[in-house]
Structures are given as C-alpha cells and as structure tokens.
Design a protein around this ligand. Structure first.
Ligand code: B12
Length: 134
C-alpha cells in the first residue's frame, strides 16, 4: 500500500516525520515522504502522481486547521474518493478537547483524526481501517 506523508504548512517539527517514515516502512508501506513545510496542494499532487492509497499528514505547531480547510475543494477537484486521509499530531493550540477537534477535521474530509495520540496506536487503527475498506 502506498502512503504519501509529510508535515503540513509552515511547520518545521521534523522528528515525528522521521519516526513516521521509519514506522510506515517497517509495517510494509511504500512511503513517499514530502518532509516538513509541505502545503496541502503538494500532498494532493503527490497522491495523483504516485496513485497513493493513503495520505498521512502530521501537524505539530497547532496550525493544522487553517491548512485543512481547503481539503473539501481539493478532494472534489480530483478523483480521490478511494484515498484514505489521515491527520495527527498536535491539532490545536493549547488545550482543546478531542470531542471538538475530531468532528471538525472529519468535516474537512479526514477519515481518521488523531490528536495527541501515540503513533503506533494511530498506525494500528489505520491498518484496521484500510482492511475494512478493501
Ligand atoms: C523540538 C521542538 C521545536 C524545534 C523543532 C526542531 C525540528 N526541526 O524538529 C524548534 C525549536 C524549531 C521549534 C519551533 C517551534 N515550536 Co516547537 N517544539 C519542540 C518540542 C520541544 C519537541 C517536538 C519533538 O520533536 N517531539 C518528539 C516527537 C517524537 O514527538 P511529537 O512531535 O509530539 O510526535 C509524536 C506524536 O505527536 C505523534 N504524531 C505526530 N504526527 C502524527 C501523525 C499521526 C497520523 C499520528 C497517529 C501520530 C502523530 O507521533 C509522534 C511520535 O511519537 C515540542 C514540545 C514537546 N515536548 O513535544 C514543541 C512544540 C511542538 N512546539 C510548539 C511551538 C508553538 C513552536 C513554535 C510555534 C514556537 C515559536 N513561537 O516560534 C515554533 C514553530 C516553528 C514552525 N514554523 O513550525 C508547541 C506546539 C503547541 C501546540 N500545537 O499547541 C509545542 C508542543 C511546545 C509547547 N508545549 O507549546 N519547536
């Protein structure tokens, strides 16, 4: 299964991105890592180019929401209905409850939303979700 991953927006936090790359590879995914400071449009371009099954976006500095609002438009512009969209990391600034964050990001078109969730737990849930979809 092919995964495009990276850190969205003007976000330089690179450590999680490296760990995600390693973990996805260990789990047998084919990884296209766009690294830090990646705009949403660049994720979409990479999905189209690689015919990826999953887009896994990280955001650590709390600016994810601003970058995610364009997702519905981009999803409707390209034929991406079979692509699984995942986002995780620190999805808000300060203390915001999961009950608020998850529905918001789902309304933008993300299938799986992980706010301050352990990476392995998130990847386990991605694998189960992908299996159910197939
Ligand atoms: C190191 C660091 C920096 C370094 C980054 C160096 C680099 N190139 O990576 C520097 C000093 C540059 C920096 C800058 C800033 N930082 Co900083 N930084 C940190 C710090 C101390 C550690 C981050 C880290 O590497 N952690 C280790 C990795 C392994 O953990 P992680 O990033 O949390 O990732 C794990 C999980 O989040 C999860 N995960 C991540 N993505 C995903 C995706 C999915 C799908 C899943 C399931 C899980 C998942 O899995 C990862 C592995 O376990 C954190 C505080 C902290 N203790 O976490 C603040 C922190 C992330 N920074 C923060 C902020 C605000 C900033 C700045 C805006 C500060 C400023 N005013 O300038 C800037 C942003 C610059 C920018 N444009 O992005 C805030 C973010 C606050 C928020 N979101 O509410 C934090 C949380 C500090 C704080 N408590 O306020 N930072």
């Amino acid at each position: 299964m092919k995964v495009v991953t990276g850190v969205v927006g003007n976000d330089v936090h690179v450590v999680a991105n490296r760990l995600i790359d390693i973990s996805l590879n260990q789990r047998g995914f084919e990884v296209f890592n766009l690294g830090v400071n990646t705009y949403l449009e660049e994720f979409i371009d990479a999905v189209v180019e690689t015919d990826a099954d999953v887009v896994l976006i990280s955001s650590l500095n709390g600016e994810a929401e601003g970058w995610s609002r364009d997702l519905p438009v981009l999803k409707s512009k390209y034929s991406l209905k079979d692509v699984i969209f995942v986002i995780g990391g620190n999805l808000a600034v300060g203390e915001v409850k999961e009950e608020v964050i998850i529905p918001k990001f789902k309304s933008y078109g993300f299938d799986l939303v992980f706010h301050q969730v352990d990476l392995n737990e998130g990847l386990d849930r991605l694998e189960s979700f992908a299996k159910e979809r197939l």
